[in-house]
Write a protein that binds this ligand. Structure first.
Ligand code: GLU
Length: 462
């Protein structure tokens, strides 16, 4: 049997981290078993869904690298299929038309809550055999009245519910749109889905869905309900992929490595490459206990990935960020060298970019504390001497640049730190940066000389 799983988001306008984890679990399961991962957009709630919201789903999945197999299925394009199947179930006496109005239902519910402590449809229309000309109506499923619904959840174990606790749920709304409960079964059958991995909030729906499979004379897929992720709603900002991607400057590998561990484990292993995950992932590693979202941990995992991914991958993610800041960079050994330098100290992609902007932009002003600490009456002469020494460098590389600094140290009698800190302040604008020789290397000879002279003039006015 080929494993076929699906990710079935509703286009809400953002990719909730819980949904991203569902997508990831399904994708990893498919890739681990050499199966297929299908994308289905549950867009029957037309009023709420916009194309921009659908695009968010594509963009988030692409960014995470969760590629799907075959064409995307859009529920909104399948209305005639849902209608046909609903008609068939009505004809077979397994579903029925119901003309109860919203007001009537509300009144009934209130009465029921008072007596039964729960509200369900009282089945007024169940045996009326209403035809298509009964006026405004919905189509309801005829739930068995006796017995139990049981399924063996791949994660939660056996789950049982009495049919008498299940409702004659609506399959088709009065506007002709299928409900989630109905469309999900029709589509999972059409797609020959073998396993459904989704959030534990769908456990109750599963009983309704299995009853529908039986009514259609089909075997349901295997279900696995993953635990909830706690602690997301307390956060500031939307708990979405887009938000965390931008606000924390995450690598997709960082986000993936973090969210996969919110509900799945593989011994004590914490850091995984994507191929490691594909190899290690299976449903038996998914826990029953809820995951607890921890932003600090997410940042830490991301930092590990920043050092782990290839320079090419890193370039894929930082190049667009540089471009947003107006800096167009080419791939190649120079960029690799820059990224190698920056990723050693940065915690995320935003820091790599922000903390290296000094290379492309001369300082507009000098940090006051750095000036107070590192500039004095001798600074103009010192910076000019350094400039002169750097102008003599033959091959522009770090070793030669270091030698140029050493010559200034020898002639001035100053320790290296007493030269490096004013030089940093002059070149970067603040006495904090990667190694000074690397800084000078990347800023380039001409620009370094210009910045040293500008800072010397500034220091003269002090
Ligand atoms: N559209 C549903 C959701 O986003 C899909 C649930 C399911 O996987 O069946 O929750």
């Amino acid at each position: 049997m080929t494993v076929r799983v699906r990710f079935a988001p509703s286009p809400t306008g953002f990719m909730h981290l819980g949904n991203a984890r569902t997508a990831l679990f399904n994708w990893l399961f498919a890739r681990h078993h050499g199966g297929q991962f299908i994308l289905r957009i549950e867009d029957t709630d037309r009023e709420r869904h916009t194309e921009a919201a659908v695009q968010v789903i594509y963009d988030s999945l692409k960014w995470m690298g969760l590629d799907w197999d075959g064409p995307v299925l859009r529920q909104s394009e399948r209305l005639s299929i849902y209608h046909e199947i609903a008609e068939r179930l009505i004809a077979e006496g397994k579903a029925y038309r119901c003309t109860c109005t919203r007001e009537e239902l509300e009144a009934k519910k209130e009465a029921m809550k008072a007596t039964m402590n729960r509200a369900c449809y009282d089945r007024t229309c169940r045996d009326k055999n209403l035809g298509p000309d009964c006026g405004t109506h919905v189509v309801r499923f005829k739930m068995p009245l006796e017995g139990e619904s049981t399924f063996d959840d791949m994660i939660q174990g056996k789950i049982t519910k009495k049919y008498s606790d299940l409702d004659d749920f609506i399959m088709v709304r009065s506007d002709g749109m299928p409900t989630y409960q109905f469309a999900v079964v029709v589509d999972d059958l059409a797609l020959e889905i073998t396993h459904v991995i989704r959030g534990a909030d769908h456990i109750d729906n599963t009983h309704d869905q299995i009853a529908l499979y039986h009514a259609l004379g089909k075997e349901p897929p295997r279900f696995g309900h993953a635990p909830r992720i706690d602690g997301l709603s307390k956060r500031k900002g939307s708990p979405s992929v887009e938000y965390y991607r931008e606000a924390l400057g995450l690598l997709p590998q960082g986000l993936i490595n973090y969210i996969v561990r919110l509900g799945w484990s593989h011994g004590d292993d914490e850091i995984f490459t994507i191929p490691d995950l594909i190899k290690a992932f299976d449903v038996d590693g998914i826990n029953r206990a809820n995951g607890e979202f921890d932003e600090e941990k997410l940042k830490w995992v991301n930092e590990q990935q920043l050092r782990l991914v290839s320079l090419e991958t890193l370039a894929d993610h930082v190049l667009p960020l540089y471009e947003k800041k107006g800096v167009k960079l080419e791939r190649g050994p120079e960029l690799d060298k820059l990224l190698e330098m920056m990723r050693k100290r940065a915690h995320n992609l935003n820091e790599i970019v922000d903390d290296s902007m000094f290379i492309f932009r001369a300082p507009e002003s000098y940090d006051e504390a750095s000036v107070a600490k590192h500039f004095n009456a001798e600074t103009p002469a010192l910076l000019r001497e350094l400039a002169s020494s750097l102008s003599e460098v033959g091959t522009w590389n770090e070793a030669e640049i270091e030698a140029a600094f050493a010559r200034v140290a020898a002639s001035s009698g100053l320790k290296m730190g007493k030269i490096a800190q004013p030089a940093r302040t002059a070149i970067v604008g603040i006495a904090q940066s990667p190694g000074i020789y690397e800084v000078v290397y990347f800023v380039g000879r001409e620009e370094t000389l210009a910045r040293l002279e500008r800072a010397a003039k500034f220091a003269e006015t002090k």
